[in-house]
Each structure stands twice: as C-alpha cells, then as structure tokens.
Design a binder for this molecule. Structure first.
Ligand code: HEM
Length: 423
C-alpha cells in the first residue's frame, strides 16, 4: 500500500455552517483530489473529491461495493457491525447478485409507477399539515411532518404496519449511528430482520397487494428469492425509504427558511420546472447521504492520474463532488433555478439510488405544500443552535421547532404544479 506523508483523518469534522460539507474537503479537491485518509480503526483508504473522478469511481466495475471484499473501507464502527451480515442487502453486493436482486424491484420504482402514488403522497401531506395547523405551536417539524411522511409512504408501499413505526425508527437509528459499537449495530439489525421475517413469512400464506406481498408471491414462491434475501431487501427499503427523505425534508426546509426570497418563489410558483429544479438543488447542496460512497479496487487501476492497487479502499465523496466548481457554477450558493442535473446526491452508476423517483415525488409535493400552508413559517430557535446529525450515516437535523402566525391562513388543498404538468 502506497502511503504519502500527508494523511488526513476521515470522516472530517463539519464547520460552522450546518449546510456545508466539511471545510477540509475544499483544499483536498483543489490540490490533492485523490488523497490518502486514515480511518477510525487505523486503516487507510483513498479519498476522491472531484466530481468527474467521483463519477468515474462509481461507474467502474473494477471497484467493488461488496463489504466482504478484502480491503473494503469501513469508515465507522457501525459499518463494521454491518459487514458481518450473512445475507447482505444488495446495496453492498456486486453484480451479478446485485442486479439479480435490484431487477426484482425495478417495476415498483419506475417514474410511472411512482407517479401513481402521487394522490396517496398528497393525501398524507395534507393530513399531516392539517394536524400541524390544528395542534399547538411551536411544533417539531421533524416529528410532525418530515419523519411521518416518508415513513407512512414506505410502510404503505411495502405493506409494513405503520403502527410499528416507533420500533423500526428506533432500530434504524441504532443501526445508522456511526459511533455505535459493531455488536450494537449487529444486534439492532438482527432485531429488525426478525421483525421483517415475521411479516415476510405471514405474506407467504396470506397474500397482500403490496411490494413485499408481491415479492413473496412472485419470487419467493417461485424459488427465485430466498426468504433471507426478501428480508434483507425489505430491511434496506424500509430504512432507506424513511431516514433519507425525512432528513432531506427537514434540513431542506431550514435552508429554504434561511433564503426567504427563494422560499417565497417556490411557494408561489405555478411553474413545475421551478419545483423540480428547487428539489434537485436542495439535494445537491445538502448531499445528506454523506461521508462518501465506499468501494474497494479488485484490480490495479488509475483514478485522476493516481494509481490505486487491487485491495485498496476508495471513498468517493459525493458531498465534495456536489460542491466542485468544475461541475457547478458558484457551487456553495443555493440557486433554485440551477438547470444542471448531474449532481451525485443519489450516487451514480449501478448502485444509483433505486428510490430516487419516490424521494423526488415526496419532496416535490412536500416543500411547496408546507410553504403554502404556513406562508410565514419560521424556526423558533437559532438554526446554529439546533442539533445536527453529523454522527449518522444520513446527515440531517434531529429537531426543528417551528411556528407561524395564524393557523390555517394558507390554502389547504394547494395546487401541485408538478402534478398538473404530469397530468
Ligand atoms: C433524499 C432521499 C434519498 C437520498 C439522498 C438517497 C441517496 C442514495 C445514495 C447516495 C445511494 C447510493 C449508495 C451507493 O452508491 O453506495 C442510494 C442507494 C439506494 N437507495 Fe436511496 N436515497 C434516498 C431515498 C431513497 C428512498 C425513498 C428509497 C426507497 C424506498 C431508497 C432506496 C435505495 C436503495 C434500494 C438503494 C440501493 C441501490 C443499489 O445498490 O442498487 N432511497 N440512495
């Protein structure tokens, strides 16, 4: 393994602005775009920080996403806890296993099938906003809106009882805390799997018309998918389906409230392009699935002119790529009219986020609806004093106390410009 004199510790600390990635990424991207970093357990890996190089890494089949491949960079104790799973989820498998499992879900996540969920998503958004308007102020936006929305959506889609949300949200939180001891993460993962195994097995005898029910009836019964694999897939979808969108929604709202003119534009627009671009811009700016995508070289190769040897770990920093001035003009500025869509907040290559049409749908409905219902929405604490989740696999904010002038002042069933354009 090649070692240079300058080795940075990874992950890096965030700076004063909670919406920006760690400041130490910028000089690396400018001067040493492929550099050595040292991880918590003393091992080293390559950190890749430029947009073009990050995409090259994520598109290269010689870089494995399989946690079991020797040299895979485990960036936290929590990752180490997940590395020992018997049937890993396909996000950490390589082809052909990865594509075999992913293919079984593709029809549920096309733009078209996701679009059919729009009435359900809009209904949930309206109900949650009604409840907020009727309840006391200030209220925590995370527990009242940002977390229940994606949790309800993914539960209905998968066929998981929402009544169990306190259980699965708490278990996911334990699994996704970077500093959790490996044994703690493994125990939490086992608990979630035992719960999902019960659901999957029940759906074998008692068919249900939901994603897990169909997976069981069409694939498990046909012998194309084992129960263990179905459980693993269910666990991945349940966690990815609620943790990510919830944090994007809460943190994105904070950013919008910090940019009142752009928030007002998003609130008042009837142009679907403005909504679509605003959501992409918030995804790019925040890149909540932070701390880089982990891969390991299975052959000697070169990235950005640097030789990487087989067996060396590579960390592709999407949060740095999304702030690369070579890829985005004035990258640290929020610009809801930005037209470029090549951000890597959903990853890139074969592991690119399967749920991105669903996440986009939820965010495109939720941000404008929230701003319309509460046109004078405000955070009641200094955003600098809020509790940000730098210690989690998914970055975000734990609590956002908000208030507004007069309940129900904004319009209830607000027009959804994107729905109208899609109709
Ligand atoms: C704002 C919301 C979201 C963000 C920022 C996000 C981000 C990501 C990223 C960066 C990856 C790539 C990981 C890698 O390359 O190692 C990924 C993969 C994935 N995401 Fe998402 N995600 C979001 C929402 C969702 C939702 C709502 C679902 C599903 C219900 C979902 C399901 C998945 C799955 C299944 C994968 C694995 C894909 C594969 O390995 O082929 N995600 N996501």
């Amino acid at each position: 393994m090649t070692t240079t004199e300058q080795t940075t510790t990874f992950p890096m600390a965030r700076g004063a602005c909670p919406f920006d990635p760690p400041p130490a990424l910028r000089p690396l991207r400018e001067h040493r775009p492929v550099s050595r970093v040292r991880l918590w357990n003393g091992t080293e890996a390559w950190l890749v920080t430029r947009h073009a190089d990050v995409r090259a890494v994520l598109a290269d089949p010689r870089l494995s996403a399989d946690m079991r491949t020797p040299g895979y960079p485990l960036i936290s104790p929590a990752r180490a806890g997940r590395a020992g799973q018997d049937t890993p989820p396909f996000i950490v498998l390589d082809d052909p296993e990865h594509s075999r499992l992913r293919r079984m879900l593709i029809s549920d996540f096309t733009m078209r099938s996701t679009e059919s969920l729009r009435p359900m998503v809009t209904g949930i958004v309206d109900d949650l906003l009604d409840a907020m308007a009727a309840g006391p102020r200030p209220v925590d936006l995370v527990t009242a809106f940002a977390l229940p929305l994606p949790s309800l959506v993914i539960c209905r889609m998968l066929g998981v009882p929402y009544g169990d949300h306190e259980f699965f949200q708490a278990v996911s939180a334990r699994m996704l805390t970077s500093a959790s001891a490996p044994e703690e993460v493994a125990a939490a993962s086992d608990e979630l799997r035992a719960y999902l195994r019960g659901l999957v097995e029940a759906k074998v005898d008692d068919p249900t018309d939901d994603l897990l029910g169909r997976l069981v009836q069409r694939r498990v019964r046909a012998g194309e998918l084992s129960v263990d694999e179905a459980v693993s897939t269910a666990s991945l979808l349940l966690i990815a389906g609620h943790e990510t969108t919830a944090n994007q929604l809460a943190l994105g709202t904070l950013v919008l409230l910090d940019h009142p003119e752009q928030a007002a534009e998003l609130r008042d627009t009837s142009d679907p392009t403005v909504v679509v671009r605003a959501v992409e811009e918030l995804l790019r700016l925040l890149t909540i699935v932070h701390n880089a995508r982990a891969r390991v070289a299975t052959e000697d190769l070169e990235i950005g002119g640097v030789r990487i040897a087989a067996g060396e770990g590579v960390l592709a920093s999407s949060e740095s790529a999304n702030r690369d001035p070579e890829a985005f003009a004035d990258p640290d500025r929020l610009d809801i009219h930005r037209a470029e869509r090549h951000h890597v907040a959903f990853g890139f290559g074969v592991h690119q986020c399967l749920g991105q049409p669903l996440a986009r749908l939820e965010l495109q409905v939720a941000y404008p609806a929230l701003l319309r219902r509460f046109p004078d929405l405000r955070v009641t604490r200094d955003p600098d004093e809020l509790d940000y989740r730098s210690d989690k696999v998914v970055y975000g904010v734990r609590e956002v106390p908000v208030s507004w002038g007069s309940a129900g002042k904004g319009s209830r069933r607000s027009p959804d410009p994107v729905a109208h354009s899609a109709a």
